[in-house]
Design a protein around this ligand. Structure first.
Ligand code: SF4
Length: 376
């Protein structure tokens, strides 16, 4: 099975924290979408399996597309891939775009899951981040989506926002829970180079929150959502039972995926390819011989990626699975590196087979996992 990702590289305006590739000029929208349809056919030869597992339309802001544009893109997916067993079709949406009429059209296109970029229910935070919606629009959008029949909704939230108190974060979580959504993704704000926030930080005009605040807000996130019946199944992801994100889970499980559009990545198990993160260059290169960059993963790359993706999930990894994928010597190497981490309580082993990082260490999981990496 293959995950299908479509990257819509357009936004009405750029959020101050965002480092995804997206353009605010819409002049190339028609050409980019048409090229993505052709790219979907090229991608079918890259992966072993033409059975589509999931379809995910992300970006950028996919909800800037008209129903006609989305229908045309989905039509290209259906023509190229066997979509009879697709588990979910997700569209990322800005709350402002979700009018009742538009929601009805999305349902008619077969989109059965929405990922709504709420980020905060505090207008001050939304203005600081340069979001184009306000809190009332976010609440209204979720209600309208539910009334339109969407029963699989996820919302994005951000914590660790400068100026947001821990009490305000708790109120945000309460509001999120009151909406009755099935899934919540919550990310700590990261201040990235090349973003407006990155510039403010460099000039000393924006300070990241202290580590202690991050830890408190993260602990609150875990406690409030798990207390409400959500499963904390990956560092940033929480789901009601049976509502884990299937598309994202396939990234963490190593399932092959293809991505169409500027900056999109594809992976077939041994090789990764990716497109240039620029709309004009994407169009120009697609007209040439080779439009993508490619990298063949070494055995060490694959092993390290496996550790990185599996150990960021609550399920962790099974030693038996690791041995089946990479061989007994690699398992011995893993067990040797794991021992000191187990002794320090940074890694847990439940039943002699399953290794995982406890939720209270998720925030520092990258450092823990790096100690397990193979080097050659
Ligand atoms: S709407 Fe999404 S993709 Fe566009 S700038 Fe904001 S965070 Fe980035």
């Amino acid at each position: 099975m293959t995950g299908i990702y479509l990257h819509i590289p357009f936004c009405k305006r750029l959020c101050h924290y965002c480092d995804f590739y997206s353009a605010t000029a819409l002049t190339l929208k028609g050409a980019v979408l048409a090229t993505m349809e052709r790219e979907l056919q090229c991608l079918a030869d890259f992966v072993p399996d033409r059975d589509a597992a999931t379809i995910y339309i992300g970006g950028g802001t996919p909800s800037l597309c008209t129903p006609g544009e989305l229908g045309s893109l989905l039509g290209a997916v259906h023509r190229t891939w066997d979509t009879s067993a697709v588990a979910e079709t997700t569209l990322e949406a800005n709350p402002d775009d979700l009018t009742p009429a538009y929601l009805g059209e999305l349902r008619a296109l077969g989109i059965d899951r929405l990922s709504i970029g709420v980020q905060s229910f505090i207008d001050r935070d939304l203005r600081l981040m340069n979001r184009r919606h306000d809190a009332a629009a976010a609440i209204r959008a979720v209600g309208d989506a539910q009334r339109a029949g969407f029963d699989n909704l996820t919302i994005d939230l951000i914590y660790g926002i400068p100026g947001m108190s821990t009490a305000e974060w708790e109120a945000n979580l309460g509001q999120a829970l009151a909406l009755g959504v099935q899934h919540i993704s919550a990310y700590h704000l990261t201040i990235e180079e090349g973003t407006f926030f990155g510039r403010l930080a460099r000039e000393g005009r924006l300070q990241p929150v202290p580590d202690e605040t991050s830890e408190k807000q993260y602990a609150l996130l875990h406690d409030r959502l798990t207390g409400a019946g959500f499963e904390h199944y990956e560092i940033s992801n929480f789901a009601l039972p049976g509502r884990r994100a299937v598309h994202n889970s396939s990234y963490w499980n190593g399932t092959p995926y293809v991505g169409a559009g500027p900056s999109a990545h594809s992976f077939n198990g041994t090789e990764r390819r990716w497109n240039v993160a620029n709309n004009r260059a994407y169009l120009d290169r697609f007209a040439g011989d080779t439009y993508f960059e490619t990298e063949r993963l070494t055995a060490t790359d694959r092993y390290n990626e496996y550790l990185m993706t599996r150990l960021r999930t609550a399920d962790g990894l099974r030693a038996t699975d690791l041995a089946a994928r990479f061989g007994a010597p690699k398992l011995q190497e893993f067990l040797g590196s794991a021992r000191p981490l187990l002794d320090r309580g940074l890694l847990l082993c439940d039943d002699g087979d399953r290794y995982r990082i406890g939720h209270d260490r998720f925030l520092v999981s990258d450092t823990i996992i790096a100690e397990l990496f193979a080097t050659g």
